[in-house]
Design a binder for this molecule. Structure first.
Ligand SMILES: Cc1cc2nc3c(=O)[nH]c(=O)nc-3n(C[C@H](O)[C@H](O)[C@H](O)COP(=O)(O)OP(=O)(O)OC[C@H]3O[C@@H](n4cnc5c(N)ncnc54)[C@H](O)[C@@H]3O)c2cc1C
Length: 475
């Protein structure tokens, strides 16, 4: 058992009293994220530390390494999978003081930011200089760029611009021995053949701590517009997306929601949803007027050929408002306030495009088996960069999370859903990382490649101090 008071003293000597705490009220703040997993056990850390520079991060890591105490990197704490939680207690390293946009460079189409900067601040700093940062999750007001890169986040603009990892040109990372490394640069191709950046992207804080990133920005699109279409089922909705893709359209937003998800998202706006709609697709286009007009015209044609009916423009606007959450738009958003009755949770699985309907049908059957027949589960799909790739079912969890037996039942349901996704050739995470939620099955997904990952973890973090006990790495 490490001597916590000695560790705290060492941390105070380096970071200063103001930014180190072992008070219970401070520690409790960091004992939960947004996951159901987070309420199933006690993950209260022993010490909170808030470094203000990359060098201070390195010093904290050196102390953790010397004293063999686990260290958990914390961005905005908006994770829905339990991945920043102090599974084995120890130190929580809060990154939010590293919150500066260091440079916006419109000539080279780059933006450089410290890892604790919120996505919203990066997004707005880019716009202020006339360029556009394409990663904009619904959690952009609170989630940090370090957290997003560590979870492989998706954006409301992802259908055209890709995942957050597609935006990265360079990283500064602190390794588990306190060494600082830099990978990449401002050039759009500044890596030798092995892409070492990928080691740290989606690693959920287990291989190193990201302290700075150089990211891509794009010319700000002069115009944006959207349409939405209602369909009778998933298959026709996806066919419309595929036809639009085949026609050469690159919409920036493609969200497919079932009726239940639309109702949840529209709850506060009370926007009526036509009775015949069981599946709906929101398409967004960007570019000059001609490009936007043509894109939406072709999408409309493809949708109507599949029997889709155009939804009223106030519904389209209300839907967009509910997913486009920022400082200026927060008041119009319905999403954050819509879940009053139950805890929200996700099955964040990804299945191949041709399996969407089958996976959704499996979910319906499983609900019956678990006795949840009267409860509507929402399902939504977010279009990825190469067409509508991920499949992510969002639920309002139909359980009372104060009752352990109910949480256990919910976990059994999720296990069956994740296992089925793997059987279908899918994956355990779409955008939220594995964390505590889906890491129990990561070995099944990776097979022998799991051993390679364990070897890499041992090489980069021999004492297993970084997010110890999380993401499937045993303690
Ligand atoms: C209401 C709501 C809406 C959401 N919408 C979206 C969405 O649209 N798209 C999406 O992708 N996600 C979404 N999420 C999930 C979540 O916001 C993302 O996963 C987010 O990117 C996490 O960022 P964070 O800063 O909050 O990280 P945290 O939750 O603090 O941490 C997440 C993981 O990253 C690690 N980490 C954090 N910072 C660093 C760092 N500097 N270096 C190394 N590791 C680090 C942590 O250790 C942990 O493993 C949503 C969540 C909520 C609650």
């Amino acid at each position: 058992m490490p001597d916590l008071s000695m560790i705290e003293k060492k941390l105070r000597d380096i970071i200063g009293d103001k930014y180190v705490s072992s008070e219970l009220c401070d520690r409790l703040v960091y004992s939960k994220d947004y996951s159901i997993e987070g309420i199933a056990d006690d993950y209260t850390p022993d010490i909170i530390v808030k470094p203000g520079t990359a060098d201070e991060v390195a010093e904290v890591v050196k102390i953790a390494n010397q004293m063999n105490v686990p260290i958990y990197t914390w961005g905005g704490g908006t994770s829905m999978s339990g991945n920043p939680l102090a599974v084995e207690h120890g130190i929580v390293l809060d990154m939010k003081r590293l919150n500066q946009v260091l440079e916006v460079d419109p000539d080279n189409l780059t933006i450089t930011a410290q890892a604790g900067t919120t996505i919203e601040n990066i997004y707005n700093a880019a716009l202020d200089k006339g360029v556009f940062f394409a990663h904009h999750p619904e959690s952009s007001l609170s989630s940090t760029i370090g957290g997003a890169l560590s979870c492989m986040g998706i954006s409301i603009y992802g259908a055209k611009y890709g995942y957050v990892y597609d935006q990265v040109l360079a990283l500064e990372v602190i390794l588990s021995d306190g060494q600082k490394i830099k990978i990449g640069g401002k050039s759009y191709l500044s890596l030798p053949t092995h892409n070492l950046l990928n080691l740290f992207l989606g690693a959920e804080g287990t291989l190193g701590i990201i302290t700075e990133a150089i990211l891509k920005v794009y010319p700000k699109p002069p115009k944006r517009d959207r349409v939405s279409y209602g369909f009778s089922d998933i298959t026709t909705a996806i066919e419309a997306c595929k036809q639009a893709h085949a026609a050469g359209c690159w919409p920036e937003t493609v969200f497919l929601f079932d009726r239940r998800s639309l109702v949840q998202y529209m709850e506060r706006a009370k926007t009526p949803i036509p009775d015949e709609v069981s599946m709906a697709v929101l398409f967004g286009a960007s570019g000059n007027s001609e490009m936007v007009g043509t894109t939406l015209k072709v999408i409309s044609k493809c949708s109507e050929e599949q029997g889709g009916s155009r939804l009223p423009s106030d519904l389209t606007q209300s839907w967009w408002n509910s997913i486009n959450i920022g400082k200026d738009t927060f008041d119009q958003s319905n999403f954050a306030l819509s879940h009053t009755e139950y805890e929200p949770d996700l099955v964040d699985a990804c299945v191949p495009l041709s399996k969407f309907q089958e996976y959704s049908d499996f979910c319906d059957e499983l609900k019956k088996e678990f006795g949840w027949v009267d409860i509507d589960f929402g399902a939504f799909i977010v279009g990825g960069p190469r067409g509508p790739i991920p499949f992510c079912i969002y639920f309002s969890v139909p359980i009372d999370t104060r009752i352990k037996a109910e949480i256990d039942k919910w976990f059994q349901f999720k296990e069956r859903m994740y296992r089925r996704a793997l059987e279908m050739g899918g994956s355990l995470s779409n955008a939220n990382g594995l964390g505590l939620r889906s890491s129990p099955w990561v070995k099944d997904q990776l097979g022998p490649a799991w051993n390679l990952l364990v070897d890499l973890k041992s090489l980069l973090d021999p004492k297993n101090i970084l997010n110890r006990g999380n993401r499937g790495f045993s303690s």
